[in-house]
Design a protein. Structure first.
Length: 278
Protein backbone atom coordinates (compact mmCIF):
# COMPACT_ATOMS: atom_id res chain seq x y z
CA UNK A 1 0.00 0.00 0.00
CA UNK A 2 1.35 3.42 -0.96
CA UNK A 3 1.93 5.73 2.01
CA UNK A 4 0.88 9.31 1.35
CA UNK A 5 3.73 11.80 1.59
CA UNK A 6 2.77 14.22 4.41
CA UNK A 7 4.36 17.07 2.47
CA UNK A 8 2.05 16.50 -0.51
CA UNK A 9 -0.97 17.20 1.69
CA UNK A 10 0.25 20.78 2.08
CA UNK A 11 0.22 21.63 -1.64
CA UNK A 12 -2.75 23.71 -2.84
CA UNK A 13 -4.49 23.79 -6.24
CA UNK A 14 -1.99 26.36 -7.58
CA UNK A 15 0.92 24.09 -6.74
CA UNK A 16 1.98 26.25 -3.80
CA UNK A 17 3.52 24.41 -0.88
CA UNK A 18 2.34 25.64 2.50
CA UNK A 19 3.62 24.98 6.00
CA UNK A 20 1.62 24.20 9.15
CA UNK A 21 0.76 27.48 10.88
CA UNK A 22 1.89 27.62 14.49
CA UNK A 23 0.55 31.04 15.50
CA UNK A 24 -2.91 32.50 15.93
CA UNK A 25 -4.40 32.33 12.45
CA UNK A 26 -6.58 35.13 11.11
CA UNK A 27 -8.53 33.59 8.24
CA UNK A 28 -10.56 35.34 5.54
CA UNK A 29 -12.59 33.05 3.29
CA UNK A 30 -13.74 34.30 -0.12
CA UNK A 31 -15.44 30.99 -0.93
CA UNK A 32 -18.89 30.35 0.64
CA UNK A 33 -18.67 26.56 0.79
CA UNK A 34 -15.16 26.69 2.25
CA UNK A 35 -16.24 29.19 4.90
CA UNK A 36 -18.58 26.45 6.07
CA UNK A 37 -15.69 23.97 6.00
CA UNK A 38 -13.52 26.30 8.12
CA UNK A 39 -16.26 26.36 10.75
CA UNK A 40 -16.84 22.61 10.61
CA UNK A 41 -13.14 22.08 11.30
CA UNK A 42 -13.52 24.06 14.52
CA UNK A 43 -11.79 27.15 13.17
CA UNK A 44 -14.66 29.64 13.52
CA UNK A 45 -12.78 31.63 16.23
CA UNK A 46 -10.00 32.24 13.69
CA UNK A 47 -12.37 33.41 10.93
CA UNK A 48 -12.14 37.21 10.70
CA UNK A 49 -13.65 37.86 7.26
CA UNK A 50 -16.05 36.40 4.69
CA UNK A 51 -18.08 37.35 1.64
CA UNK A 52 -21.74 38.29 1.74
CA UNK A 53 -22.51 34.95 0.09
CA UNK A 54 -20.95 33.02 2.97
CA UNK A 55 -24.14 32.16 4.84
CA UNK A 56 -23.49 28.80 6.55
CA UNK A 57 -23.46 28.32 9.50
CA UNK A 58 -25.71 31.37 9.87
CA UNK A 59 -25.51 31.96 13.61
CA UNK A 60 -21.73 31.58 13.70
CA UNK A 61 -21.18 33.99 10.81
CA UNK A 62 -23.34 36.83 12.06
CA UNK A 63 -20.39 38.48 13.81
CA UNK A 64 -17.83 37.90 11.05
CA UNK A 65 -16.92 40.93 8.92
CA UNK A 66 -18.13 40.94 5.29
CA UNK A 67 -15.60 41.98 2.66
CA UNK A 68 -17.90 42.21 -0.37
CA UNK A 69 -18.71 39.42 -2.81
CA UNK A 70 -16.73 36.63 -4.42
CA UNK A 71 -16.10 38.71 -7.54
CA UNK A 72 -16.10 42.22 -6.03
CA UNK A 73 -13.94 42.01 -2.92
CA UNK A 74 -13.48 45.19 -0.89
CA UNK A 75 -9.70 45.11 -0.75
CA UNK A 76 -9.37 47.98 1.72
CA UNK A 77 -11.69 46.28 4.18
CA UNK A 78 -9.89 42.97 3.72
CA UNK A 79 -6.50 44.57 4.25
CA UNK A 80 -7.66 46.16 7.50
CA UNK A 81 -8.41 42.69 8.89
CA UNK A 82 -4.68 41.82 8.84
CA UNK A 83 -5.34 38.27 7.70
CA UNK A 84 -2.66 35.64 7.91
CA UNK A 85 -4.54 33.40 5.45
CA UNK A 86 -7.02 34.09 2.64
CA UNK A 87 -8.90 31.18 1.08
CA UNK A 88 -9.75 31.56 -2.63
CA UNK A 89 -11.04 29.45 -5.50
CA UNK A 90 -9.96 29.42 -9.14
CA UNK A 91 -13.54 29.49 -10.46
CA UNK A 92 -15.19 31.76 -7.92
CA UNK A 93 -12.63 34.55 -7.44
CA UNK A 94 -11.03 36.88 -10.00
CA UNK A 95 -7.38 36.11 -10.74
CA UNK A 96 -6.30 39.77 -10.65
CA UNK A 97 -7.97 40.22 -7.27
CA UNK A 98 -6.19 37.16 -5.85
CA UNK A 99 -2.86 38.41 -7.18
CA UNK A 100 -3.42 41.77 -5.48
CA UNK A 101 -4.31 40.11 -2.18
CA UNK A 102 -1.13 38.02 -2.36
CA UNK A 103 0.92 41.21 -2.28
CA UNK A 104 0.22 41.72 1.43
CA UNK A 105 -1.36 38.53 2.80
CA UNK A 106 1.33 36.00 3.80
CA UNK A 107 -0.64 32.89 2.88
CA UNK A 108 -3.18 32.68 0.02
CA UNK A 109 -4.67 29.19 -0.19
CA UNK A 110 -5.89 28.37 -3.70
CA UNK A 111 -8.57 25.69 -4.15
CA UNK A 112 -10.18 24.13 -7.22
CA UNK A 113 -12.38 21.08 -6.55
CA UNK A 114 -13.64 19.79 -9.91
CA UNK A 115 -15.39 16.67 -8.62
CA UNK A 116 -16.56 15.40 -5.21
CA UNK A 117 -13.40 13.32 -4.69
CA UNK A 118 -11.29 16.48 -4.79
CA UNK A 119 -12.70 17.52 -1.43
CA UNK A 120 -10.57 14.86 0.25
CA UNK A 121 -7.42 16.82 -0.57
CA UNK A 122 -9.02 20.07 0.61
CA UNK A 123 -9.97 18.53 3.96
CA UNK A 124 -6.43 17.21 4.47
CA UNK A 125 -4.82 20.49 3.39
CA UNK A 126 -6.87 22.60 5.79
CA UNK A 127 -6.46 20.07 8.58
CA UNK A 128 -2.68 20.00 8.20
CA UNK A 129 -2.39 23.78 7.87
CA UNK A 130 -4.36 24.65 10.98
CA UNK A 131 -3.76 21.68 13.26
CA UNK A 132 -7.17 20.12 12.70
CA UNK A 133 -6.06 16.73 11.45
CA UNK A 134 -8.53 14.78 13.59
CA UNK A 135 -11.48 16.84 12.40
CA UNK A 136 -10.28 16.56 8.80
CA UNK A 137 -9.95 12.79 9.16
CA UNK A 138 -13.57 12.63 10.28
CA UNK A 139 -14.68 14.50 7.18
CA UNK A 140 -12.52 12.27 4.97
CA UNK A 141 -14.20 9.17 6.42
CA UNK A 142 -17.64 10.73 6.00
CA UNK A 143 -17.02 11.67 2.38
CA UNK A 144 -15.54 8.31 1.47
CA UNK A 145 -18.66 6.60 2.86
CA UNK A 146 -20.97 9.02 1.04
CA UNK A 147 -19.07 8.50 -2.21
CA UNK A 148 -19.32 4.73 -1.87
CA UNK A 149 -23.08 4.96 -1.32
CA UNK A 150 -23.53 7.39 -4.21
CA UNK A 151 -21.57 5.18 -6.59
CA UNK A 152 -23.53 2.11 -5.49
CA UNK A 153 -26.76 4.00 -6.15
CA UNK A 154 -25.57 4.99 -9.61
CA UNK A 155 -24.45 1.45 -10.39
CA UNK A 156 -27.76 -0.20 -9.47
CA UNK A 157 -29.96 2.12 -11.55
CA UNK A 158 -29.98 2.79 -15.30
CA UNK A 159 -28.15 6.01 -16.28
CA UNK A 160 -30.51 8.95 -16.74
CA UNK A 161 -29.96 11.98 -18.97
CA UNK A 162 -30.89 15.19 -17.15
CA UNK A 163 -31.10 18.91 -17.79
CA UNK A 164 -29.98 20.93 -14.77
CA UNK A 165 -31.40 24.44 -14.88
CA UNK A 166 -29.52 27.24 -13.10
CA UNK A 167 -31.17 30.29 -14.71
CA UNK A 168 -34.27 31.60 -16.41
CA UNK A 169 -34.43 34.33 -19.09
CA UNK A 170 -32.19 33.20 -20.60
CA UNK A 171 -32.54 29.53 -19.78
CA UNK A 172 -29.16 28.18 -18.72
CA UNK A 173 -27.75 24.79 -17.79
CA UNK A 174 -24.36 23.32 -16.82
CA UNK A 175 -21.62 21.76 -18.95
CA UNK A 176 -19.95 18.43 -18.26
CA UNK A 177 -16.81 20.26 -17.07
CA UNK A 178 -18.54 21.67 -13.97
CA UNK A 179 -18.42 20.41 -10.39
CA UNK A 180 -22.22 20.15 -10.50
CA UNK A 181 -22.14 17.79 -13.46
CA UNK A 182 -19.44 15.64 -11.86
CA UNK A 183 -21.43 15.43 -8.62
CA UNK A 184 -24.63 14.41 -10.40
CA UNK A 185 -22.70 11.82 -12.42
CA UNK A 186 -21.70 10.10 -9.18
CA UNK A 187 -25.29 8.90 -8.74
CA UNK A 188 -25.82 8.15 -12.43
CA UNK A 189 -27.29 11.42 -13.69
CA UNK A 190 -25.69 12.49 -16.98
CA UNK A 191 -26.07 16.21 -17.64
CA UNK A 192 -26.97 17.64 -21.05
CA UNK A 193 -25.84 19.30 -23.26
CA UNK A 194 -22.86 17.02 -23.67
CA UNK A 195 -20.05 19.57 -24.18
CA UNK A 196 -17.52 21.05 -21.76
CA UNK A 197 -17.72 24.68 -22.97
CA UNK A 198 -19.23 27.07 -22.30
CA UNK A 199 -19.45 25.95 -18.70
CA UNK A 200 -22.91 27.45 -18.24
CA UNK A 201 -24.58 27.31 -21.67
CA UNK A 202 -27.73 29.22 -22.59
CA UNK A 203 -30.21 27.31 -24.75
CA UNK A 204 -33.63 27.42 -26.42
CA UNK A 205 -36.30 24.82 -25.88
CA UNK A 206 -36.19 23.76 -29.55
CA UNK A 207 -32.54 22.65 -29.30
CA UNK A 208 -32.19 19.19 -30.98
CA UNK A 209 -30.17 17.71 -28.09
CA UNK A 210 -33.14 18.14 -25.74
CA UNK A 211 -34.77 15.13 -27.39
CA UNK A 212 -32.49 12.86 -25.37
CA UNK A 213 -33.21 14.44 -21.99
CA UNK A 214 -35.29 12.29 -19.64
CA UNK A 215 -35.67 14.61 -16.62
CA UNK A 216 -35.30 18.29 -15.78
CA UNK A 217 -33.99 19.67 -12.49
CA UNK A 218 -34.76 23.21 -11.34
CA UNK A 219 -32.02 24.32 -8.97
CA UNK A 220 -32.62 26.53 -5.95
CA UNK A 221 -29.51 28.56 -6.87
CA UNK A 222 -28.23 30.78 -8.35
CA UNK A 223 -31.74 31.41 -9.74
CA UNK A 224 -34.25 30.65 -7.03
CA UNK A 225 -36.56 28.27 -8.89
CA UNK A 226 -39.74 27.58 -6.94
CA UNK A 227 -42.71 25.23 -7.10
CA UNK A 228 -44.57 27.62 -9.41
CA UNK A 229 -41.89 27.12 -12.08
CA UNK A 230 -42.17 23.32 -12.19
CA UNK A 231 -45.32 23.13 -14.32
CA UNK A 232 -43.94 25.76 -16.71
CA UNK A 233 -40.71 23.83 -17.25
CA UNK A 234 -42.46 20.47 -17.54
CA UNK A 235 -44.66 21.90 -20.29
CA UNK A 236 -41.72 23.45 -22.14
CA UNK A 237 -39.56 20.34 -21.89
CA UNK A 238 -42.24 17.71 -22.24
CA UNK A 239 -40.38 15.81 -19.53
CA UNK A 240 -40.75 15.28 -15.76
CA UNK A 241 -39.46 18.32 -13.84
CA UNK A 242 -38.50 18.52 -10.18
CA UNK A 243 -36.97 21.03 -7.79
CA UNK A 244 -33.51 20.26 -6.44
CA UNK A 245 -31.48 21.81 -3.62
CA UNK A 246 -28.68 23.61 -5.47
CA UNK A 247 -26.38 23.72 -2.46
CA UNK A 248 -26.38 19.94 -2.31
CA UNK A 249 -25.23 19.66 -5.91
CA UNK A 250 -22.87 22.62 -6.19
CA UNK A 251 -21.27 23.29 -2.78
CA UNK A 252 -18.01 21.54 -2.08
CA UNK A 253 -16.17 21.53 1.26
CA UNK A 254 -17.92 19.78 4.13
CA UNK A 255 -21.33 20.21 2.44
CA UNK A 256 -20.24 17.59 -0.12
CA UNK A 257 -20.82 14.81 2.42
CA UNK A 258 -24.44 15.79 3.05
CA UNK A 259 -24.85 16.66 -0.62
CA UNK A 260 -23.96 13.20 -1.88
CA UNK A 261 -26.26 11.59 0.66
CA UNK A 262 -29.07 13.89 -0.45
CA UNK A 263 -28.50 13.09 -4.13
CA UNK A 264 -28.32 9.34 -3.47
CA UNK A 265 -31.63 9.50 -1.64
CA UNK A 266 -33.24 11.66 -4.34
CA UNK A 267 -32.02 9.32 -7.09
CA UNK A 268 -33.54 6.32 -5.37
CA UNK A 269 -36.71 8.23 -4.50
CA UNK A 270 -37.34 9.32 -8.11
CA UNK A 271 -36.69 5.74 -9.26
CA UNK A 272 -39.29 4.51 -6.77
CA UNK A 273 -36.86 2.83 -4.38
CA UNK A 274 -36.89 5.23 -1.43
CA UNK A 275 -39.45 7.15 0.63
CA UNK A 276 -39.96 10.90 0.24
CA UNK A 277 -37.76 13.66 1.71
CA UNK A 278 -36.65 13.03 5.29
Amino acid sequence: MMIENPEDVLVDAAGQRHAPFAGDARIVSLVPSLTELVCDLGLAPSLVGRTGFCVHPREVLKGVTKVGGTKDVNLERLRALEATHVIVNIDENRKECVEEIARWVPHVIVTHPCMPEDNLAVYRLFGALFGRQAEAAGLVAGLEAALADARATGACLPPEKVLYLIWREPWMSVARSTYISATLATVGWETWPAGDEPRYPAFEWDAPWLAGVERVFLSSEPYRFQARHVAEVAALAGRPAVLIDGEMASWYGSRAVEGLRYLSHLRRQLAGFAPGPQ
